[in-house]
Design a protein around this ligand. Structure first.
Ligand code: DCP
Ligand code: MG
Length: 416
């Protein structure tokens, strides 16, 4: 096969063309808020703010997302709830406070991941049914390979129909982008949000990308964008026509990739995501400390975050472990296996705390939490091709691993 591009099997003469595929990128609109509106019809069409770490009537936590009606008041993801409340008071408060306008107030709800995951699973079932391959990116986002399911001429009708199915069968709104590459499909799904549907046929990829802000290019974060802007590169088109040698000097191998993507070249095909064997988070403690209260609270936050990641991936775990690093670099791990797979943040915290007891009083510079022995919920079993099912036996190669006495007898030992 004559292939001068190194991009794999391409016939001579067409090796510069776009890949022969149709990629759809789906991203739900204001997903958590849309779920709340689905469950509670009175919230539809209203400003809704979903808060992480938020409790009804309190002002703590941060905005996970907000409905588009709430965004109009300046409420946005990652904002403190206290700040969001200044822009958009709660209806309940406005009702009793004559200084506040009930019509310019909104509804606040705490995050309920379990419910959002159930909605996400319903969407995924539809996505699975209309695509050859689905790559799940997050709870509300996926790439679909729809090459054999449609043609460019019918892509728009395909997208409309998919949106209509998600709206009628699940009850939420998806924004879709359809393009010959993953990079462009992702940008396209965001382009027309909310309730978006944007098609970029192969011949339009370059002209679509050219005027867009450089930060919209996948792989360009705020830091790289700042660097590029410093060199006068503001748009994707500027990057596409920049000097390739200079980009390689500045950004190395990554620069080559960004340069290609800016030019609309992205030969990735949609593949299902691999399954991790374990999920972990760790955190360094400024300078080593013996402060048990501080270490325990750090450990609890890590445990919660790992449990949330597992939940987002639809993963259940049978083993919960911690890692403790004492100065200078001594790493010790401890873990405990449960009788069956669970998905339970409180349990992860409880087991982590209990495993940490033997380290009380020691100087610690880094701690971590890990869940392993993963199994995945059935909604995702379809792309579970090369996943060797875990036998339930923990990693025997870890010299430090320990099954705590009594820990395996019953789940009740931990849940009480
Ligand atoms: N999320 C979060 N914290 C953030 C960003 C997002 O908890 N800082 C959660 C809430 C979102 C969900 O992830 O509903 C999906 O993230 P998106 O970036 O897709 O945001 P939305 O779906 O909320 O809005 P959009 O309509 O822009 O896609
Ligand atoms: Mg979204």
């Amino acid at each position: 096969m004559s292939d001068m591009t190194g991009e794999g099997d391409r016939l001579p003469g067409i090796d510069r063309g776009p890949p022969d595929q149709i990629v759809l990128h789906a991203d739900m609109d204001c997903f958590y808020a849309a779920c709340e509106q689905l469950r509670e019809p009175a919230l539809r069409g209203e400003p809704v703010v979903v808060g992480m770490g938020y409790e009804p009537d309190a002002t703590g936590g941060a905005v996970a997302t907000a409905s588009y009606e709430a965004r109009a008041y300046g409420v946005e993801s990652a904002q403190r709830i206290s700040e969001a409340l200044e822009r958009l008071p709660r209806k309940v408060d406005a009702a009793t406070n004559p200084d506040l306008d009930v019509d310019a107030a909104g509804f606040y709800r705490p995050v309920d991941m379990e419910y959002y995951r159930s909605v996400s699973r319903e969407v995924r079932a539809i996505l699975d049914s209309v695509a050859d391959t689905v790559r799940i990116v997050s709870i509300d986002e996926a790439y679909l390979d729809i090459t054999t399911r449609t043609e460019w001429d019918t892509a728009e009708a395909f997208g409309r129909e998919l949106k209509a199915r998600i709206a009628s069968e699940v009850g939420i709104v998806a924004s879709l982008g359809i393009a010959p590459t993953m990079t462009t499909a992702k940008i396209a799904s965001d382009f027309d949000k909310p309730d978006g549907l944007y098609i970029v046929p192969p011949d339009d990829v370059r002209s679509f990308l050219t005027p867009l802000d450089i930060e919209l290019l996948h792989g360009v974060g705020p830091k790289t964008a700042g660097q590029l802007r410093g060199e006068g590169i503001e748009t994707i088109g500027d990057l596409a026509s920049a000097d390739r040698g200079w980009i390689l000097d500045e950004f190395g191998e990554r620069g080559e990739q960004l340069f290609r993507r800016a030019r609309g070249e992205d030969h990735r095909s949609v593949t299902p995501r691999g399954r991790p064997k374990s999920l972990s988070r760790e955190s360094a403690v400024g300078s080593a400390t013996t402060d048990t209260t501080l270490l325990e609270s750090r450990l609890e936050a890590l445990a919660e975050s790992v449990a949330e990641r597992a939940m987002n991936k639809g993963a259940f775990y049978r083993t919960i472990g911690i890692k403790v690093v004492t100065p200078p670099f001594e790493v010790t791990t401890r873990e405990r296996s449960l009788p069956g797979p669970v998905s339970d943040a409180n349990l992860v915290q409880e087991v982590a705390r209990s495993l940490f007891e033997e380290f009380h009083g020691e100087r610690v510079r880094k701690i971590g939490v890990r869940v392993s022995n993963l199994t995945f919920d059935s909604a995702e079993q379809s792309d579970l091709v090369d996943w060797a099912t875990e036998s339930g036996v923990a990693d025997e190669t870890d010299p430090h691993r320990m099954r705590a006495g009594g820990g395996q007898s019953s789940l009740g030992d931990f849940t009480k």
